[in-house]
Design a protein around this ligand. Sequence first.
Ligand SMILES: C[S@@+](CC[C@H](N)C(=O)[O-])C[C@H]1O[C@@H](n2cnc3c(N)ncnc32)[C@H](O)[C@@H]1O
Length: 252
Amino acid sequence: MAAADIIRAPLAAHKGDYGYDAPYALLGFAAAALVSIMLFVAGMRLHERTLIRIGAIYGAVFLLFTISFWYTTRRGKFVQWARVLADVGLRGDERVLDLGCGRGAVLMMVARCLTSGRATGIDIWKTIDQSGSSAARCRQNAAREGVADRITLATADMRAQPFAAGSVDFVVSSLAIHNIRLAADRAQALAEAVLVLAPGGRLAIADIKHTRSYAKELSRLGMLDVTRRSLGWRFWYGNPIAATWLVTARKP
Ligand SMILES: C[S@@+](CC[C@H](N)C(=O)[O-])C[C@H]1O[C@@H](n2cnc3c(N)ncnc32)[C@H](O)[C@@H]1O
């Protein structure tokens, strides 16, 4: 195992229960796979070639989508975020803010990189976006991961954050900003993120949609070293159309 992987593996391993992202989308894929397999079976019984073909093709496609989605939400996103955090190389004394922390998948990994620093998660706890998203579940996960002493949680909308300007060293956000429906509101969330960052502070946003416009908006807001890259198949929510991209930037 390469040295970098030895560092990353324990970071991606977790003891908490982080639920399922977009649970209804996952259920939709699973239901479509099931219906297609039932069509295939019916076709076999009735000796109907068209039904067999349709059932087999759609069954295979939706089964793959379901497996990919399940893998990403339960494992892949942890592996890829561990890599991102290893690349960022936190010192351990940073003040970190996670926008839309949910049950704390990324928040806890960040907290495990901290020594004297503090990781704060904000969320409005929408269970349609993540199954069981709640402050109580997030706190429970912090205890299971042994990082409760480094975590603060707040119920807050990322479009109107309660934190002082320049009070954060590193902002992270995973699969959360796209849940804001209006482009102007997503831009507002980014402006708030930039505002709370201290000079020299960094930002890492992973999302499945709108990442090009995040990069553009961050540049417009004066952020430096803005980059955007794919996080690969491990972070596909079912298929490459729902691939996750990472946007990073630094405040001057
Ligand atoms: C798919 S979950 C991702 C949770 C976590 N970041 C992760 O990767 O496991 C999206 C989260 O964003 C939260 N969220 C959606 N809109 C938000 C907003 N305007 N402000 C704060 N949190 C928000 C939801 O409540 C949900 O917990």
